[in-house]
Write a protein that binds this ligand. Structure first.
Ligand SMILES: [Zn+2]
Length: 165
């Protein structure tokens, strides 16, 4: 490296930057007196962004599962058996039950024999009339959140280990 003004050899490790007549030049110590010595521009501070937590938050926001917090209700598997059992324990005939929930006997029969699955409205009526629970809550949401969080943190841990090396 040479002084841009006088051409003198410059110490490689310590060049002087000076503003001379409006332009920054690499000069020797002598020539630097002609202008204003420029301190090396401060290195842009590497802002250590907390990308990891940001990324995690974004992931959580974009996760489709977290949009619906409603637990899913599903008809229990042996609903037909439960309905029949509950009806018989009350000493009701199928006709009695049909009258109470305002459904035809054929509907009760088909439900009790498992040939028909009651829709949500009918299930609720049966639950109320027979005082039983036919729906079970399937909490898919929490399960998925747990899985995602766990795998997410595991990935995060791996990333951090790699960066430390
Ligand atoms: Zn010089």
């Amino acid at each position: 490296m040479e002084c841009e003004i006088c051409g003198k050899e410059l110490p490689e490790n310590n060049p002087i930057r000076a503003k001379i007549e409006g332009s920054i030049m690499i000069v020797c110590k002598e020539c630097s007196k002609l202008g204003k010595i420029q301190k090396a521009p401060p290195k842009p501070k590497f802002v250590k962004q907390n990308n990891q937590s940001k990324r995690k938050n974004t992931t959580q926001k974009n996760r489709p599962y977290s949009r619906s917090k409603e637990p899913t209700e599903e008809l229990i598997e042996d609903f037909s058996h439960e309905i029949r059992k509950a009806r018989e324990s009350k000493n009701w005939s199928r006709e009695d039950l049909g009258r109470k929930i305002n459904e035809r006997v054929s509907v009760i029969t088909r439900i009790e024999t498992g040939k028909m699955t009651p829709d949500n409205k009918l299930t609720k009526k049966l639950e109320k009339a027979l005082d039983i629970k036919l729906l079970e809550k399937i909490d898919n949401v929490d399960l998925n959140q747990f899985i995602n969080t766990t795998s997410g943190e595991r990935t995060l841990g791996n990333v951090m280990k790699i960066k430390k090396k």
